[in-house]
Ligand binder design. Structure first.
Ligand code: E4P
Length: 217
C-alpha cells in the first residue's frame, strides 16, 4: 500500500519524506488555506515546492465546477510539474473532465467519493486515483471501511486499474484496516504514519538492550 500524506504543510511533508516511506501528497483547498497559502500565484508555487520535496504524485485540486473551467485549470496544474495529479470533484462535469484528462494521459484523482456508484463512475471515466472519504463517513455513523471493501470487490470483479486512495484517514487503525482491505493508497495526517512506529515493548526492549550494553562496556 502506498503512503501519501494529506497536508500542504512543507515541514510535515519534509519529515515524512525523510522517513523514506512516503509515496506522495494530497492537498485540498481547505488544507492550502490552513497553511495561509492564498492567491493563484502563491498556490501554484506551493504545489511546485511540494513536488520538489517528495518523490511521488502530488494531488492539486481544481476550483472550477464546470467542464471547461476544470479542463483549463487542470491543464495548467498538470503543466506545472510531471508529478502533479489533477484532483477533480465527483460531480457530473467532473466525470466528463476525468475522461478528458484520462484520454490526454493526464493523471487524475476523483475526490469526494462517498458511494460505490460514484466509485464505479470514477473507474469508468479512467481515473488514476479515486478518493473515498473514510473518516467523514465514520463521522456520520456510516461504515467507511465497508465502502472501501465494496469498491475493492467491484474493481477486482472487472479489473479496473483505478487506484483506491483511502482518504480522510484519521488514525493508525484506519491505516491498518485499509491495508487489510487492500486499498492501493492511503492518505492521512503525519500522525497516522508516525503512530505506526509506536509500541511500548519496542521502547522497553530497546532500553534494556542499551542498559545491558552499558554494563558490559
Ligand atoms: C482527500 O484527499 C482529502 O484531502 C482529505 O483526505 C480529507 O480529509 P478530512 O476529512 O480529514 O478533511
Amino acid at each position: 500500500m502506498k503512503f501519501f500524506i494529506d497536508t500542504a504543510n512543507l515541514d510535515q511533508i519534509k519529515e515524512a519524506q525523510a522517513l523514506g516511506i512516503l509515496d506522495g501528497v494530497t492537498t485540498n483547498p481547505s488544507l492550502m488555506a490552513k497553511e495561509g497559502i492564498t492567491g493563484q500565484e502563491n498556490i501554484l508555487k506551493h504545489y511546485v515546492d511540494i513536488c520538489n520535496i517528495v518523490d511521488g504524485d502530488v494531488s492539486a485540486e481544481v476550483i472550477s465546477t464546470d467542464f471547461e473551467g476544470m479542463v483549463k485549470e487542470g491543464e495548467a496544474l498538470a503543466a506545472l510539474h510531471p508529478q502533479i495529479v489533477v484532483k477533480i470533484p465527483m460531480i457530473k462535469d467532473g466525470v466528463k473532465a476525468c475522461k478528458y484528462f484520462s484520454e490526454k494521459g493526464i493523471k487524475t484523482n476523483v475526490t469526494l467519493i462517498f458511494s460505490v456508484g460514484q466509485a464505479l463512475l470514477a473507474a469508468k471515466a479512467g481515473a488514476t486515483y479515486m478518493s473515498p472519504f473514510l473518516g467523514r463517513l465514520d463521522d456520520i455513523s456510516t461504515d467507511g471501511l465497508g465502502l472501501i471493501a465494496d469498491i475493492r470487490l467491484i474493481y477486482d470483479n472487472y479489473g479496473f486499474d483505478t487506484q483506491i486512495l483511502a482518504a480522510s484517514v484519521r488514525h493508525t487503525m484506519h491505516v491498518i484496516d485499509c491495508a487489510k482491505i487492500g486499498a492501493d493508497v492511503m492518505t492521512g495526517p503525519l500522525s497516522s504514519i508516525t503512530g505506526l512506529l509506536k509500541h511500548p515493548l519496542t521502547d522497553s526492549g530497546l532500553a534494556k538492550f542499551l542498559e545491558d550494553y552499558k554494563k558490559g562496556n
